[in-house]
Write a protein that binds this ligand. Structure first.
Ligand SMILES: Nc1nc2c(ncn2[C@@H]2O[C@H](COP(=O)(O)OP(=O)(O)OP(=O)(O)O)[C@@H](O)[C@H]2O)c(=O)[nH]1
Ligand SMILES: C=C(OP(=O)(O)O)C(=O)O
Length: 206
C-alpha cells in the first residue's frame, strides 16, 4: 500500500478542550486525558501504512511537544477562527497531496480500520467522510489529491458533509467511529480497546 495521505489532526488548547468530558477522570487529569487521546489518535494515524505524515494543528506547547516526539509535525492554529479554519489551513499546507482530517478524540482507533477507509476513499477519488457511531457527527473527512478539503465539522456535521457533496462511508469500523465527547463515550471506547496513553490515564481513575 502506498503511503500517500497527509493526516491533519486539530487539537484545541488542552485547558479549553473536551468540556463535555470534564469529570471523567479526577479534575487535575482532564488536560492529561485530552492530551492522551490526541497522542493515541496521532500514533494510530502514524501507524497506518496509507498515511505518509501527520500534521497536528495546535497552539498548545504540550501538544506540540508530544506530537513531535511521536514523529508528527504541527502547524499553528488560526487565532479564534475555529475548527474548520484550522482544518482548511492544515489541508492547504499539504500542497495538493490527498488529505484526511481526523478529530483528535479517537483513542480506540486502529490503524487497520483507518487503512480500509483510506483505500475506499482512494478508490472513490471523491471527498468522503465517516460519521461517528451516533451518525450525526463526523470523525474523518478525506479529500483526494488536488481537491479542497472543504470541512464542515461542528454540530450536525454528517448532514453538512453530505450536503457539501462528500460521500458518506458507513462501514463497520467502531474503533474509528467511537469519538469521545462524554464519560459514557470514554467507557465505550475502553470496551473497544484504548491506545496506551489513554489507557494509562484511565488507570488513575478512582
Ligand atoms: N486546532 C483546533 N482544534 C479544534 C478547535 N475546535 C475544536 N478542535 C478540535 O476538533 C476536534 C473535535 O472537536 P470537539 O469534539 O467538538 O472537541 P471540543 O470542542 O474540544 O469539545 P467540547 O468542548 O466538549 O465541545 C477535537 O480534536 C478538538 O480538539 C479549534 O478551534 N482549533
Ligand atoms: C466537531 C464534531 O465533533 P463533535 O460533534 O463530536 O463535537 C463533529 O462531529 O463535527
Amino acid at each position: 500500500m502506498l503511503s500517500t495521505w497527509v493526516a491533519v489532526v486539530p487539537v484545541k488548547p488542552l485547558g479549553a478542550a473536551k468540556t463535555r468530558l470534564r469529570g471523567a477522570v479526577p479534575r487535575p487529569s482532564h488536560p492529561g486525558l485530552v492530551l492522551a487521546m490526541a497522542r493515541d489518535t496521532v500514533a494510530a494515524a502514524l501507524a497506518c501504512p496509507a498515511v505518509a505524515r501527520v500534521v497536528a494543528v495546535c497552539d498548545d506547547p504540550l501538544v506540540r511537544a508530544a506530537v513531535t516526539a511521536a514523529g508528527a509535525t504541527w502547524l499553528p492554529d488560526t487565532p479564534a477562527a475555529g475548527l474548520n479554519a484550522a482544518l482548511a489551513f492544515g489541508a492547504r499546507a499539504a500542497g495538493g497531496a490527498p488529505v484526511v482530517a481526523l478529530t483528535a478524540d479517537l483513542p480506540a482507533m486502529r490503524p487497520a480500520d483507518l487503512a480500509v477507509v483510506l483505500a475506499e476513499a482512494a478508490r472513490l477519488a471523491r471527498r468522503a467522510f465517516v460519521p461517528d457511531l451516533e451518525g450525526s457527527g463526523t470523525v474523518l473527512l478525506a479529500a483526494p489529491a488536488g481537491v479542497a478539503l472543504d470541512p464542515h465539522f461542528g454540530p450536525g456535521s454528517a448532514a453538512a458533509h453530505l450536503r457539501s457533496g462528500a460521500v458518506r462511508l458507513d462501514g463497520d469500523w467502531p474503533s474509528l467511529r467511537r469519538d469521545v465527547d462524554t464519560a459514557a463515550d470514554l467507557d465505550a471506547a475502553a470496551d473497544l480497546g484504548l491506545g496506551p496513553h489513554t489507557g494509562e490515564v484511565l488507570c488513575t481513575r478512582a
